[in-house]
Structures are given as C-alpha cells and as structure tokens.
Design a protein around this ligand. Structure first.
Ligand SMILES: *Cc1c(COP(=O)(O)O)cnc(C)c1O
Length: 377
C-alpha cells in the first residue's frame, strides 16, 4: 500500500501497544464509510477468517468473535459468558493478568476457585490436577499463556489437558503471545484463546477478539446473561446472521488490523518468532553488559518480556532512566511485582535486534548520567 509520509518512529519496549509500521498507521486514513455497507462487511470477513488462521484453527470448529475495546474486554467477555448457572470458574493464577480474570469473576459474582502460585515461577500442576478432580462444580479453567507482568510462559497444553480430562472448557489468555509465538490451538488443548490488536499483530488499540469453539459458544446461549454489551453468544449470533458486530465497530482500527494481518503473513509465523527471539537475546546481552540481573529463569521466559532487577543503589532512579530513554525515542516500563523493585523490557512490536542495540547505547549513557560506572558491580 502507498505510504503518504513517514511518521516519527518510536521503539516501544513497554508491554503493548507495540511499535507499528507506517502502512498500518496510514491504513486508518480511509474515506468515511458506514460500517453497515457491504464494503466494510468484507473487511470484517477477511479479518475474522485470518484471525482463525493465525492460530491454525479449523474453521469448521472455531470462529473469531470481535469486540470493541482493549484486551481486558475479551477477558471480561469470556469469564462472564462461559460459566453455566451454579458452576464455577477455576483460575490457574501466577500473575497480574490471571488475577484480573479472578477479579472479573468476582465483579460478576461468579464462584471462582483461585489457585494462586508464586509469580516468579510455573504453577504446580499437581495442585491444579487435584483441585479439578476434587471439585466437580468447576466448568471452566482459565489461565494466562504468557504472563506479560513477569515474562513467564505457562504450560497451557498440560493445563488444557487437565481441564479436558475433567470435562471443563479451557480458556487461555494468549493476548501477549498471539501472532508472536507459533500457536496451534487444538494441539495446545485450547477451547478459547484471545488477543487484542495493539499487541503481537502490531495494529492499533481498540479491537479485541477470541478464537473459540463454535459448539461451546452455541451452548452458552442458555447460560446466565451477566452483561449486555459483553455477551459472547449475542455478538457471535449477530456476526453469523449479519456479518458484523452488534454495535458500531472501531472502523479505522479494523482497516489498520487488516493491514497488520497482511504484514504478519508477509513476514511469516516462524520468521516473526525468530526476529523477536533475537530481540530478546539482545536484551539479555545488553543487561549483562550493564551488569543488571533478571528475575525470572531464562528457560521459563516466553522470549517477549524481561523483568529486570533494579540496582539496589540510591543513585538509581527509574524515572530518570525512563525520561532519558523516552526523549531519545525508546519507551521502557515499570515492573509489576510486589515487594521487589523491577522494570520491564518488552519486545512485542515491529522492532529488530538493531533497535535493541541502539537502545542499550542510550541506556548506558543514562546510567552514566546517574553516576554509575559500568558494568555495575
Ligand atoms: C495486554 C494484556 C491484557 C489486556 O490489557 P489491556 O490493557 O486491556 O489491553 C490482558 N492479558 C495479557 C496477558 C496482556 O498482555
């Protein structure tokens, strides 16, 4: 597509929104259109079909249902729509995003078994197995694929298997892995995965979706209707009958997503995974050079987020580091761990290992400006 003029490029190392291409930014500049026109329904059709393809789902069994909103809206939709009357949801919880699903269940007063594990490691699968075998009222098991708060990659395949062995539906929050790590939805035992346009696909914020099992969506028609705007079956049914969202879609955001998906396909699933892994290795390399430690074992990280231990030194000031880098086009992000001073470097976007190297040149200067001699001892 034709690009009008380049926009200043920022390297976003925060956990989403991610750095996007100019073509994605400019895809939003379209003639005004009513989204009820066929021309727009075709955009919606293409996007829905491709979203199913990204996770290699069989279109006979799975479908994509989109909602207007940031990623949390689709967590909300799945938690409030998939639990039958009198049944429970069980959340395998080792981080902030699983905790959010627990909170959503609480807001809707849905009985919730909150299996909490330390945020620095993997959940204990024996505990999960026992909990599911003991409590036959659990109908839905949910967890986060990649805990964006820490960088831990969870064993969704094993958890999904346990869910299925106990007759439960398995929901995986793949918001930060979808379009970044190769995911084969059936092999991973996932009934419902989810994502949001501003994460791995590198689109614009404003639309989120699930790719989920059609027969489970149809069953949910008879479950309690706990939300009006955020009901899964209602939205699915409208898509099936009319080909679009029940209420006004974020029109321009969908044009951007259509372009972002085309770029995803052009790059290829494996090439994207390799590029982001190179970025992640470059982050570890740069941290070693500065003398900064990390919190999560490297072999349980998802190659997307590195949680960095802040130096225990009064000269260190996260905001000084942030501002110094921000002024030079690099955005870093505070940590999300209790009781430990950390910050995060994330590589979800359209960036390369060269960008990471450039970032570390700036970061080293910032440490120098704070009075450190590198490497920090
Ligand atoms: C980003 C993200 C979300 C949703 O966050 P929003 O701020 O609502 O977009 C949910 N789960 C995970 C794992 C995420 O990375």
């Amino acid at each position: 597509m034709e690009v009008v003029k380049p926009v200043k490029r920022n390297v976003l190392l925060n956990p989403g929104p991610a750095t996007t291409s100019d073509a994605v930014k400019y895809a939003q500049v379209v003639p005004d259109i009513c989204p009820r026109e066929n021309e727009f329904v075709e955009v919606m059709d293409e996007v829905r079909k491709e979203l199913v393809n990204v996770v290699h789902a069989d279109p006979e069994k799975y479908t994509a249902v989109l909602f207007t909103g940031s990623g949390t809206i689709i967590q909300d939709v799945l938690v409030n729509s998939l639990v039958p009357e009198g049944k429970k949801i069980c959340v395998v919880n080792n981080g902030a995003y699983s905790s959010r699903m627990v909170e959503i269940a609480q807001y809707y007063q849905i009985p919730c078994v909150n299996l909490e594990f330390p945020t620095t490691g993997l959940p204990d699968l024996k505990v999960v197995k026992d909990a599911l075998e003991k409590d036959k009222d659990i109908a839905v098991v949910a967890t986060t694929h990649h805990e964006t708060g820490t960088g831990v990659l969870n064993p969704v395949r094993e958890i999904g298997q346990m869910a299925h062995d106990n007759g439960c539906v398995f929901v995986a929050d793949t918001i930060s892995t979808y379009g970044l790590l190769p995911i084969d939805i059936e092999k991973e035992n996932i009934d419902f995965c989810m994502s949001s346009a501003q994460k791995g696909l590198c689109g614009m914020t404003g639309v989120s979706w699930t790719v989920g099992k059609i027969d489970e969506i149809v069953k949910s028609k008879d479950y309690p209707k706990r939300s009006y705007y955020c009901n899964l079956f209602m939205q699915y049914d409208f898509f099936e009958r009319v080909g679009e969202m029940h209420f006004t879609p974020p029109v321009q955001v969908l044009y951007a997503l259509q372009q972002a998906i085309r770029e995803y396909k052009e790059e290829g699933e494996q090439a994207r995974y390799e590029r982001l892994t190179q970025c992640w290795e470059a982050i570890h390399h740069g941290l070693d050079e500065i003398g900064l430690g990390t919190v999560i074992d490297k072999d349980i990280q998802g190659h997307l987020v590195v949680t960095v231990k802040a130096p225990e030194d009064e000269r260190f000031d996260f905001f000084k580091l942030h501002d110094y880098c921000y002024e030079r086009g690099f955005t870093i992000y505070p940590g999300k761990m209790f009781g430990l001073e950390t910050f995060r470097l994330c590589n979800l976007g359209l960036i390369t290992s060269k960008d990471i190297e450039d970032f570390f040149v700036v970061a080293k200067e910032a440490f120098g400006a704070m009075g450190f001699t590198l490497p920090i001892k």
